[in-house]
Unconditional design. Structure first.
Length: 401
């Protein structure tokens, strides 16, 4: 990992502390209604991946009403900056499309329309129209209904998904959370783990090849995984050690070892930065649905070379709520950080920004639209009817309230 990640001793302790939560409340739970009127209620899982409230739901935003605040000349400039944004009717809004990422705990309801079209409702009642762009849209959704049993529902059979508080004790769990400490250079991240950006539960399997053939091992049976040569050394709880190669679970094709770190966000450690994971018993399933607060508007002060602007903020002409996520990388490690956990953002040249979290942790991030010259700029509503538009190149410092 790059040395540009700067931890104070206090911030490091806060970020990596293992929080204490109630039993099963961290699992995603909800009520699913099908197109034929069938109703299922229970623990939910997206495909073979997301199973917890702090997992990420991904899609694509298909509308951006913030563009209406830009005059035609400014939209043309941004269009040229982004690439060819013209169609036969003029400037196409498609080029200003953004990726949508949110934790399941910040959602209230999903309305499935036709194909990849859907509308999500947030916990404050506001709605947003989305499209595909990830395997979360179109996934089969597993529901563990205490009365009707386990059902795997096709996406095109689902009408609505309403998220609800998870009971303290579930009748039948799909598995336990994978939990532990991941070493990356001289840093350690402790929290719930999603292996290969996929496996979430101790009942999920790690696959790899030995000299004798393919091996599949449940994560619940694994004590540690260490990167080694072209693969990984896997130590089982029984004490047996396996050298595995040949799959993206155990080689450089791995899509990332994700650690959910409280008050920091989702940290996806790429294989180049990954050293070793040690698995520990999870004391609970994580934060419950009730612990995800209703969203608030982003607000704060933007400092430019010419002045200061204070008010409600739309970041990157896109994010306007504190539950939305800032994305960026440091070395081969990617961060997804809720804006509500960010104290300030300071651009550092064209290619990166310094992000300070409210816990005191400072991270230098790059290689994403949010933190580089590709940022579409800010809108600041200072009290006047029309907001002030500030280009990213003019931003010296941004501090959130």
């Amino acid at each position: 990992m790059s040395a540009r990640v700067m931890f104070s001793a206090l911030a490091f302790g806060l970020a990596l502390a293992s929080p204490v939560f109630a039993s099963d409340v961290g699992y995603i739970y909800g009520r699913v209604e099908t197109v034929d009127g069938g109703v299922f209620e229970g623990q939910l899982r997206w495909g073979t991946e997301e199973a917890f409230w702090d997992d990420i739901f991904n899609a694509t935003k298909v509308e951006n009403e913030n563009l209406d605040y830009l005059d035609p000349e400014m939209r043309r400039r941004l269009s040229r900056h982004r690439g060819d944004g013209w169609d036969i009717f003029g400037i196409s809004d498609h080029i200003f499309g953004h990726v949508f990422a949110i934790r399941f705990g910040d959602l209230k309801r999903i309305h499935v329309r036709r194909g990849d079209d859907l509308v999500v409702e947030f916990r404050d009642g506001t709605e947003l129209t989305l499209g595909g762009g990830s395997n979360d849209v179109g996934a089969r959704v597993t529901v563990v209904d205490s009365k009707l049993g386990r059902h795997e529902l096709k996406w095109n059979r689902i009408r609505t998904i309403e998220f609800k508080d998870t009971p303290a004790k579930l009748h039948d769990r799909l598995g336990e959370p994978i939990y532990g400490t991941v070493k990356s250079g001289r840093y350690e991240f402790t929290g719930r783990i999603q292996w290969d950006n996929d496996e979430d539960l101790t009942s999920d399997e790690l696959d790899g090849d030995t000299r004798d053939g393919r091996v599949s091992v449940e994560f619940g049976d694994i004590a540690a995984i260490r990167k080694y040569r072209r693969g990984a050394l896997v130590t089982l709880k029984s004490g047996t050690q396996l050298y595995l190669t040949g799959t993206n679970d155990v080689n450089r094709e791995n899509r990332g070892v994700v650690v959910v770190v409280e008050r920091v966000g989702t940290v996806k450690i790429g294989w180049d930065d990954f050293d070793e994971a040690t698995f520990l018993p999870a004391s609970s399933s994580g934060r419950g649905y009730a612990e995800f607060a209703q969203g608030h508007d982003l607000s704060g002060e933007v400092v430019t070379r010419d002045g200061r602007y204070d008010g409600r903020i739309v970041f990157d002409l896109d994010e306007s709520r504190d539950f939305e996520m800032l994305n960026g990388t440091n070395g081969d490690t990617e961060y997804l950080i809720p804006f509500r956990d960010i104290a300030s953002i300071k651009p550092h040249g064209w290619r990166r920004s310094v992000v300070e979290l409210r816990v005191g942790l400072t991270i230098e991030l790059e290689k994403s639209q949010d933190v580089t010259r590709d940022n579409d700029g800010l809108l600041v509503f200072t009290g006047d009817r029309k907001p002030v538009y500030i280009a990213w190149r003019d931003v010296a410092d941004l501090r959130f309230r």
